[in-house]
Design a protein around this ligand. Structure first.
Ligand code: NAD
Ligand code: GLY
Length: 361
């Protein structure tokens, strides 16, 4: 097992990464404050891993909240089911929530923990590649709104993140690829050496080579932890973690939540951000080709859906958390391995990217 610290003063916490961690009973137990525990999971993950987590909590009888599976259920209505279960079981302020599942469960359980009785402890047990390399770390929690992705939420840090890499053995290929989008993101925004490693080792990751996956998860979490430690509340550098997200969130909202996976939308979004960066003279054509090739090799889309027109894209992108004073700030690449957040780009160049980087309708 490897342990990475996320350094946030009194809210610091460990990120444990290793194979078989769900069998290590003490790991969860040492981060549980009171005597009550509620495990929040979904109908797909519960039959796979709930019994293991339950078994490691021998000293208490956990409450189990099993939500429907899917991005389309990441809503305030479904969130309320967590509160219903906690209240029905008379859970007090020392109840610890355990988020067992992918990013949807992690974001929802985290938001429930942030707001139940104004805040109870929670632990992230991510079971998808995407949640292991990104969403479980850093304390962004929340739900979607019909008008915009992740628009309702809170910053709320977990007490620990327990990444059992064995859980990836049951993950469908499409979900593994979706997680690779966020892995590639770290290479693009701040870790060019990792990007080069990915170019050489992508095949191993797709073949689920355990050593390669463990390296990629550790390196991704290290990148994320460094960025979050520097800017927990996204007043600066943390926004660079959203490379491709303004485009990607527009795709997710525009198509209806759950039609494209989050990582798929972000993958196409990162290629669009790279294209705009090239138009601004920051990336070379050779670099955008390298980026597109890696994303394509990861079995991810490199173009936005043809059904979203430029006008619709612009409308959707106007509801973005990076809009300030009516100007959309975008994360772009100054070069491969260095991201900037800027609203200083000609609108015509953005429109050119939106018009040219779509699949044929
Ligand atoms: P997800 O949570 O929907 O999980 C993907 C699918 O895999 C689901 O069907 C799930 O039931 C299933 N699954 C989970 N673990 C499994 C396993 N081990 N074996 C088999 N099936 C398994 O999606 P995701 O990709 O994990 O997360 C996407 C969500 O994360 C989006 O809502 C996105 O907005 C959010 N996100 C949040 C942050 C953040 O910082 N909070 C960052 C990135 C993404
Ligand atoms: N996934 C973006 C962030 O955590 O800031």
């Amino acid at each position: 097992m490897k342990t990475l610290p996320l350094d946030l003063g009194e809210r610091s916490y460990p990120i444990y990464i290793g194979a078989g961690l769900l069998n290590q009973a003490d790991l969860l137990k040492k981060h549980i404050a009171g005597s009550r525990v509620a495990i929040v999971t979904n109908a797909t993950v519960a039959p796979l891993y709930l019994a293991k987590v339950r078994a490691s909590l021998t000293s208490c009888q956990p409450i189990e909240v099993i939500l429907p599976d899917g991005e389309e259920y990441k809503t305030l209505e479904v969130l309320n089911r967590i509160f219903d279960a906690l209240l029905a079981a008379r859970c007090d302020r020392r109840t610890t929530l355990i988020a067992l599942g992918g990013g949807v469960i992690g974001d929802m359980a985290g938001f429930a923990a942030a707001s139940y009785q104004r805040g109870v402890p929670f632990i992230q047990v991510p079971t998808t590649l995407l949640s292991q390399v990104d969403s479980s770390v850093g304390g962004k929690t929340g739900v979607n709104h019909p008008l915009g992705k992740n628009m309702i939420g809170a910053f709320y840090q977990p007490r620990a993140v327990v990444i059992d890499t064995d859980t990836l053995n049951t993950l469908p290929d499409r979900e593994l690829a979706s997680g690779l989008a966020e892995v590639i993101k770290y290479g693009l925004i701040r870790d060019p050496e990792f990007f080069a490693w990915l170019e050489t080792n992508l095949d191993k990751l797709l073949a689920r080579d355990a050593e390669a996956l463990a390296f990629a998860i550790h390196r991704s979490c290290r990148n994320k932890a460094e960025v979050v430690a520097a800017d927990e509340r996204e007043t600066g550098v943390r926004a660079t973690l959203n490379l491709g997200h303004s485009f990607g969130h527009a795709i997710e909202t525009g198509l209806g939540y759950g039609n494209w996976l989050h990582g798929e939308a972000i993958a196409a979004g990162m290629v669009m951000a790279a294209d705009l960066s090239r138009r601004l003279g920051w990336l070379t054509a050779a670099e955008t080709t390298r980026i597109e090739k890696l994303i394509k090799c990861a079995r991810l889309p490199v173009r936005a859906p043809g059904t979203l027109s430029t006008a619709r894209f612009l409308e959707l992108m106007a509801v973005d958390k990076k809009v300030l004073n009516g100007r959309l700030r975008l994360v772009l690449l100054k070069r491969l391995g260095e991201a900037v957040v800027t609203d200083d780009y000609p609108r015509a160049e953005l429109e050119a990217t939106l018009a040219s980087m779509r699949e044929a309708a």
